[in-house]
Design a protein around this ligand. Structure first.
Ligand code: COA
Length: 399
């Protein structure tokens, strides 16, 4: 009798984004820019804009909620919160999410930071834990608000979302291989000092470092496992803006011979991997995993048992190339309809509403309440600050 080898990886994947967005046509009209610079040059269509009652905690709780409803929460040993939009220097944002979701007190909670890479660090630590404790699970939630100064080149790449992933043994969606390629280097391409509300970004340089780190991590992975591009059905890369992953594929193709038809196939698959990212924008550490959900949910071809290569990049920088295999019945465990309807139910903002949301967001971080803001009710709400304590509520009728 042969026993099936135990696998470890992602059992469920769910995303949650803001209730409002702005089409980049609005920004183009305002700045006198040809909109095709955004639609084609960046491959972005819309950007998710948080309101005054949303933050990384409410986004994260909404992303986890679907999963929590379906699984045994008593088995969740850890809640790992990955973000570079932290709300507190000491307390993990995950602690608020732990309470909002009603997770057991026996669950360990931690926050992870390394720019857009941190969710991958959390994922790899989680898979190692589950390999040692195969009956247990770990919830990872990557939640970020990509918010730049207005009237800058980076403004068009803003966005916000959270992705929740449950890590388990014998996962339904994706089993993750233990070998990875790593790369770290002290560079100043993107950073946010403690006293600043928006990051400093050397945009063009960050794109160069992203591509160099992709090359280095691929070589590092090859040294360990001897993989070839032809071993893979497809690739998912970190998506700071959607055009970047096509630049990433070009860099990969420059490293070994790839036929023109295979290049075309991988590029057209990448179109499926940016469907959600194009309509949400950057969500930093969540964006690789948003792209993974996009590929799994929007690719009409059956991906069961197909092998994927994943590249995670976090400015500053640390990067990792790792590999995974899609589960046999993955389609039965996706939230495709729920994700589509949450995107369809968003409210569009015009430019002046967007500036009010954008500029108001920082003020709400210290405001006593958001009571003057007339917004539709949501499952999880940030209610402002009292005695320097952040207040959150759950709307039981919506969760
Ligand atoms: N129609 C179609 N495409 C157009 C266009 C038009 N009218 N006008 C410009 N473009 C194209 C450019 O050719 C360029 O494409 P390319 O990169 O393939 O050459 C693209 O649009 C961007 O325009 P460009 O003027 O080069 O860049 P920018 O000054 O607007 O800055 C970023 C672009 C990405 C650097 C900027 O948005 C940024 O800083 N973003 C945040 C940083 C980031 O995400 N870093 C990524 C690594 S983590």
């Amino acid at each position: 009798m042969t026993t099936k080898k135990q696998t470890v990886g992602i059992d469920r994947l769910s995303f949650n984004t803001t209730a409002h967005y702005m089409d980049l046509q609005e920004l183009a009209t305002q700045s006198g820019t040809d909109v095709n610079k955004y639609y084609q040059g960046l491959r972005q269509r819309k950007m998710a804009i948080p309101s005054m009652i949303e933050d990384v905690v409410t986004l994260a709780a909404g992303a986890c909620q679907r999963i929590v409803k379906e699984v045994d929460v008593e088995k969740i040993d850890m809640l790992l919160f990955a973000t570079e939009s932290g709300i507190d220097q000491s307390k993990s944002a995950g602690i608020y999410v732990h309470r909002l979701l009603g997770l057991p007190n026996t669950c360990r909670v931690l926050e992870f930071k390394q720019a857009c890479y941190s969710a991958t660090g959390a994922l790899q630590l989680a898979t190692n834990y589950v390999r040692q404790n195969p009956g247990r699970t770990i919830m990872i939630v990557a939640s970020d608000i990509a918010r730049y100064k207005r009237n800058t080149a980076a403004e068009a790449t803003q966005g916000a979302a959270a992705v929740a992933m449950l890590v388990s043994a014998n996962p339904k969606l994706l089993s993750i291989d233990s070998a990875s390629g790593f790369y770290s280097n002290d560079v100043m391409d993107f950073w946010r000092p403690n006293h600043m509300h928006e990051p400093i970004v050397d945009g063009k340089y960050s794109c160069e470092v992203y591509l160099d780190a992709l090359e280095e991590t691929w070589k590092s992975l090859k040294d360990k496992t001897n993989v070839k591009i032809s071993d893979f059905y497809g690739f998912c890369f970190h998506v700071p803006f959607s055009k970047m992953i096509f630049k990433g594929l070009e860099r990969l193709f420059s490293l070994e011979p790839v036929t023109w038809s295979e290049r075309a196939r991988l590029n057209s698959l990448a179109d499926k991997a940016i469907e959600y990212n194009q309509d949400i924008g950057n969500c930093y550490t969540a964006s690789l995993y948003l792209s993974l959900i996009s590929l799994l949910e929007n690719n009409p071809e059956n991906m069961a048992a197909k092998r994927l290569g994943l590249y995670s990049y976090g400015s500053g920088c640390t990067a990792e190339f790792f590999t995974a295999t899609v589960g046999d019945n993955y389609r039965n465990y996706l939230y495709t309809d729920e994700h589509a309807s949450s995107l369809a139910s968003r409210t569009a903002l015009n430019y002046s509403q967007y500036t009010a949301f954008h500029d108001g967001f920082v003020k709400t971080q210290t405001m006593s309440s958001s009571e003057n803001v007339a917004l539709p009710p949501s499952s999880y709400t940030f209610n402002g600050v009292s005695d320097d304590k952040r207040l959150y509520s759950v709307n039981d009728s919506l969760v």
